[in-house]
Design a binder for this molecule. Structure first.
Ligand SMILES: [Zn+2]
Ligand SMILES: [Zn+2]
Length: 280
């Protein structure tokens, strides 16, 4: 057995934890995999082989390396936290502490396992109804994912950081933004959840596990937010905007890859929007 895979999984973990939004574009990820193949004793015929081997090492730590395709067509990679058990929780905490020593920069606060659970819970709520997220909703999320005892850490009404005092809401929004779960919808975005959009980590950690979101038949990956649906109301398929555009460049008669009904010229199809954000 080569020790290469253990080293490679360690490097992957460190690299992702060091990134501000904890996600990597596909091209960067491919470079990293090539690097690992060249410099360590890891062999795989394809990226999928390498990912599988690395996930065999990460699973006992409650982590999983995964990817998702955004509507833009970009594929992003990241580490997901999968653990539910206390034993794994301890190992993750040790891992995150270690990562903090190795790669943490001053002012770039590394999240604990509890933090990640809480903020993922908030994102989950955000996806369902962002306008209803208020202090009370934050409290409910904290209690449901962490229990009443630990919930108090997140709902103490005042957070002091770098000499400033923040409300629960401001602190949560700031943390979600800094860690790539949310991105501002416009330059003035502040203070309220409905001024934000899902960021790369929300796509990766929440949408990509949602079975109610359909797969794009062209690339077989989730059509998270947005996407285009077939003009034939009977045809259930949704496509990534970029996937269907590339398809029509190749097949200019613009017939649906699934039901063969013709799509109207440019701009056709129903566009996903906020009222229909799950694309179903
Ligand atoms: Zn697609
Ligand atoms: Zn169709």
């Amino acid at each position: 057995m080569s020790v290469g895979w253990a080293v490679a999984s360690g490097i992957i973990t460190q690299r992702f934890l060091a990134l501000q939004d904890k996600c990597m574009l596909d091209a960067e990820f491919q470079d990293l995999v090539n690097d690992l193949q060249e410099n360590f004793d890891v062999e795989g015929d394809s990226v999928a082989d390498v990912v599988k081997e690395i996930n065999d090492r990460l699973t006992p730590l409650g982590l999983r390396l995964d990817h998702v395709r955004l509507d833009s067509g970009d594929v992003i990679w990241g580490l997901k936290l999968t653990s539910k058990e206390d034993g794994q929780k301890m190992r993750q905490a040790a891992l995150l502490d270690h990562a903090q020593l190795e790669v943490g920069k001053p002012g770039n606060r590394m999240l604990t396992v509890e933090d990640v659970k809480f903020y993922k819970g908030v994102c989950d709520r955000f996806v369902k109804d962002r306008s209803a997220l208020d202090d009370k909703a934050l409290e409910e999320v904290a209690e449901s994912v962490l229990g009443a005892g630990d919930a108090r850490k997140y709902t103490k009404k005042e957070h002091v950081c770098c000499g400033h005092t923040y409300s629960d809401m401001d602190f949560a929004l700031d943390t979600l933004k800094k860690n790539g779960w949310l991105v501002p919808a416009d330059l003035d975005a502040s203070g309220r959840f409905d001024h934000f959009l899902p960021g790369p980590r929300t796509y990766l950690e929440i949408f990509s596990d949602d079975d109610s979101v359909s797969d794009c038949p062209l690339c077989e990956q989730k059509t998270v937010i947005g996407g285009e649906s077939c003009p034939n109301g009977q045809c259930p398929q949704w496509f990534h905007t970029q996937c269907i555009q590339e398809y029509f460049q190749q097949y200019p008669d613009r017939s649906c890859p699934s039901c063969r009904v013709k799509w109207p010229e440019e701009g056709g199809g129903r566009h996903g929007d906020d009222d229909d954000m799950m694309g179903s």
